[in-house]
Design a protein around this ligand. Sequence first.
Ligand code: HSE
Length: 416
Amino acid sequence: MSKQTKLNIGLFGFGVVGESLWQVLQRNTSLNAKISKVCIKHADKVRNAPGELFTTDPDVVLNDASINVIVELIDDADAAYDIVTYALKNGKAVVSANKKMIATHLPELLAIQKEYQVPFLYEAACCASIPVIRNLEEYYDNDLLQGVSGIVNGSTNYILTKISEEGIDFPTALKQAQDKGFAESNPALDIEGTDAVNKLTILLIHAYGIVSQPERLTYSGIHHIADYDAQYAREKGYEIKLVAHAHKLDTGDVAAFVFPQFLKKTSSLFHVKNEYNGVIIESGLADKQFFNGKGAGGYPTASAVISDLSALRYNYKYEYKKLYNQHPATLTDDFYLRIYVSAIDGIEIPEVIFEQIEEWSGNESRSYVVGCIHFSRLVESSWWKAKGVSVILLPDAFVTLEQDKILQQEEVLIAD
Ligand code: HSE
């Protein structure tokens, strides 16, 4: 595609993001891009755009030879996969925001891109307005990238912020996140951590060349966090956030997971509020770099789609450098984490699984244990996924057993 080629777009989906994209492209003339057809599911819905733009027949868009770019912004991951693969195989560039579709079909999508050599861009699929994918792909060399961690789901961050700062209840905060267009149409994907782990799966390929599957990664959402846990956080001066982690260990292998985490004021992520996302990239030479921006909503997500459209003008494609040009890293479960576990009365926290216990307490309705655990203990068990149990990472979650012993000794000295 040359700089002069007009981007003639066939759009799938006219929800919050699709409509925002339409509005922005109406105003933006510098991009030389036009949406000429929009495929939607429900013909009878009133929409804020001319009626002749819309069709319910995907073939009308996919087989229109004048359309050279497909922008896929629909909800249904299976239908999205069919649309995207058909378009790529027929030589149309594709821009997508569908994290679930990309994460669950990564191997197939990699193979299609390799075979057909057509651009497939999806910056909007991770952290909306934060340019994290292209950054990891282009800027950070594998050897130097020590870790990527962040708040990658706007809805859960919005809910946790509203609960913590305004004292509103979980269902009300969730309803607000839905009304503002941040939540997935099935909000369980947000609150149970599935959306975050889908995004982590995508980040892993660009950060470390790891082709994984969301089911391979261990994760939890915010749905089991109890008032009791929030009280513990307040007493310690922590905020609770849902954080995705990918860290390179001394062995060169990568630890990756999503869990709620207690954060101290000194963490950049502590200050990420509402629907904002925040990503910390740790690099060997540059130490920590922090990206903060809106992670959900129509215009922030459309901004990433527009950036991808703009990248198509200079024939940009992901090269998956870490996968194809370097030695891809491997996932491991062989590391220790400091965690807090709380459980309602009647559910026993299996203390034997802790290598070392730092703190424990409780009342007649709930108790907690803080300690160091080998990560494989969580991977191999499911007791911690039960209703009435919450697992929350400590602020300094990664430790060796020796470090944990030292931390315990310090705690004892402070207590003395
Ligand atoms: N439901 C998603 C979120 C939308 O809240 O982050 C953006 O991916």
